[in-house]
Write a protein that binds this ligand. Structure first.
Ligand code: XMP
Length: 513
């Protein structure tokens, strides 16, 4: 297989750096984010076809301004500077940057003056996202201005001979109408074929795992049943077969059918050494009478590590620990920008350290969530598993308000199954990003047949969201709500009332605990 074509993005701390990586990958070209101070040698070693310099909050005129290795400009590959990246290019190559008379922020009309290269196929004027206090006043030698705005005479610049470009605006954000054209033009100038696929990624990742683990090496993976760890398991299985051991700790708070599906998939479809551990008794015992949400989470996290450790010790020493860390975790934790922060995965806590592993395998650490799902499909994991909605590590235990016991968990599990079934039946599962039921601590009076009841209230929680940081409550059609409500009170014992949560995040969180 020919080597994967890559674009390197140097990160100057801009809030949109991840988006640049995404946009490049959407054009089917693999991209990697490196810290701004990566040396030209380091960059050359990974053979990129082009380099993009990101935006960033600093001023290039400040004494301690972050700078890239100036040799980046002589690597012999095209360079595109975005916002700070453009100003830095001007500054390092002999141009002049100064404070703008008027700060530009928001969607600004940009007029294209030269559409021969990076601005090819752009409209004469298009609306682009700007956020800058400084701007290029004089282009470096060899460059000429190729776009302007009302307040920014050099909104883009080009050196056609050396293939170095700069744009003051942000083509990577969706508020820039034709931003994708610029990214695509740059990739074209770099000579990228745009043929990067998940199948190709899978091949490279499998080869890399084989190379790391060797002919004899063994790997331990904590399978949570979530998308990331399942895709990681499938990938590693393809690389080393049953030298991969997966330990699946069932804490008793999984959704209906979930443990069975994971067991089925990893004993039949991907027959790894699969060790399911039913630890529900221990978890329930330790949570007895505990009502504080944080305390519940802490106990579950602690128990998880204890159970996993005990099982791992029974297995004897394995060589590597694998986990399903994904790219946003890497970028957000600062690892991609060179800061030495190791973020503990929320589902496996500090497991590798606890178990004495120093060798980690993280085959998804360069992928975004939707790419992980695409990879899962490519590898042949079941669609339902791959498209699972997010599920918190502590599971249904934090969807039972207050103290947890098996009966209450059974109620929330049964009502959740009905909700999921009906949302799917109504064809809404692609539109609502997360939906579940909550067993509220409330009991109320009802009437069933001729009997007075005094039973539990279940809440329906359904949200739409881009990033789970903010969310809106989903407008499930009332007819669907009616069916869900009727089925829950009819089919789930001890529930006589169903309510709908109509709160946004903020101020509420998505989960109730
Ligand atoms: P909140 O409730 O904070 O949830 O609005 C935001 C998203 O995070 C999920 N969540 C968790 N995920 N471990 C996880 O892996 C956890 O402890 C956890 N708590 C909340 C939640 O389901 C939602 O998608």
């Amino acid at each position: 297989m020919s080597e994967t074509q890559k674009i390197v993005i140097l990160d100057f701390g801009g809030q949109y750096t991840q988006l640049i990586a995404r946009r490049v990958r959407e054009c089917k070209v693999y991209s990697e984010v490196l810290p701004y101070h990566a040396s030209a040698e380091q960059i050359r070693a990974i053979h990129p076809l082009g380099v993009i310099l990101s935006g960033g909050p600093a001023s290039v005129l400040a004494e301690d301004a972050p700078q890239c290795d100036p040799a980046v400009y002589t690597l012999g590959v095209p360079v595109l500077g975005i916002c700070y990246g453009m100003q830095l290019t001007a500054h390092l190559l002999g141009g002049k940057v100064e404070a703008a008379k008027q700060r530009e922020y928001g969607r600004i009309a940009v007029t294209m003056d030269d559409k021969a290269t990076i601005l090819k196929d752009m409209s004469d004027t298009s609306s682009n996202w700007m956020s800058h206090t400084y701007q290029v006043k004089v282009c470096p030698e060899g460059f000429h201005p190729i776009a302007h705005t009302e307040n920014c005479p050099i909104a883009a610049m080009a050196d056609d001979a050396r293939h170095i470009y700069g744009v003051q605006f942000h083509p990577e954000v969706t508020h820039s109408d034709e931003g994708r054209t610029i990214i695509s033009n740059f990739l074209h100038i770099c000579g990228c074929a745009g043929d990067w696929t998940m199948a190709a990624y899978a091949q490279t990742a499998i080869a890399r795992i084989r190379e790391t683990v060797g002919e004899q090496g063994t790997v331990l993976l904590a399978l949570s049943g979530g998308v990331d760890s399942s895709v990681a398991a499938a990938l590693i299985y393809k690389a080393i077969g049953d030298r991969l051991t997966c330990v699946y700790v069932d804490h008793g708070f999984m959704r209906q059918g979930e443990s069975e599906q994971v067991t089925e998939v990893f004993s039949k479809l991907f027959p790894v050494r699969f060790i399911p551990v039913d630890a529900s008794k221990e978890f329930f015992a330790d949570l007895e009478g505990v009502t504080d949400p944080e305390q519940k989470r802490k106990i579950i996290g602690r128990d998880f590590i204890r159970v996993f450790k005990r099982e791992a010790e029974k297995l004897g020493k394995l060589d590597y620990f694998a986990q399903g860390t994904i790219y946003p975790d890497v970028i957000e934790s600062g690892q991609a920008t060179g800061a030495a922060v190791i973020k503990s995965h929320h589902n496996v806590g500090g497991l590798p350290k606890e178990l004495g592993f120093t060798e980690l395998i993280e085959p998804l650490r360069m992928l975004f969530k939707d790419e992980v799902r695409a990879l899962g499909e490519t590898l042949g994991l079941p669609h339902d598993l791959v498209w699972r909605q997010p599920f918190p590590g502590p599971g249904l235990a934090i969807r039972v308000m207050g103290a947890v016991d098996p009966e209450k968990v059974a109620i929330v599990r049964a009502s959740d199954a009905i909700l999921r079934e009906e949302i799917k039946r109504a064809g809404l599962d692609g539109d609502i990003h997360q939906y579940f039921t909550v067993l509220t601590g409330v009991r109320s009076v009802g009437v069933m047949g001729d009997e007075r009841t005094y039973d539990y209230t279940v809440a329906l929680r359904a949200v739409t969201t881009d990033d789970f940081m903010t969310a809106d409550w989903a407008r499930i059609p009332y007819d669907v709500v009616r069916i869900i409500s009727a089925r829950i009170v009819n089919e789930v014992k001890h529930v006589n009332r169903v309510v709908l949560d109509v709160t946004t995040k903020p101020p509420a969180s998505i989960e109730w605990e």
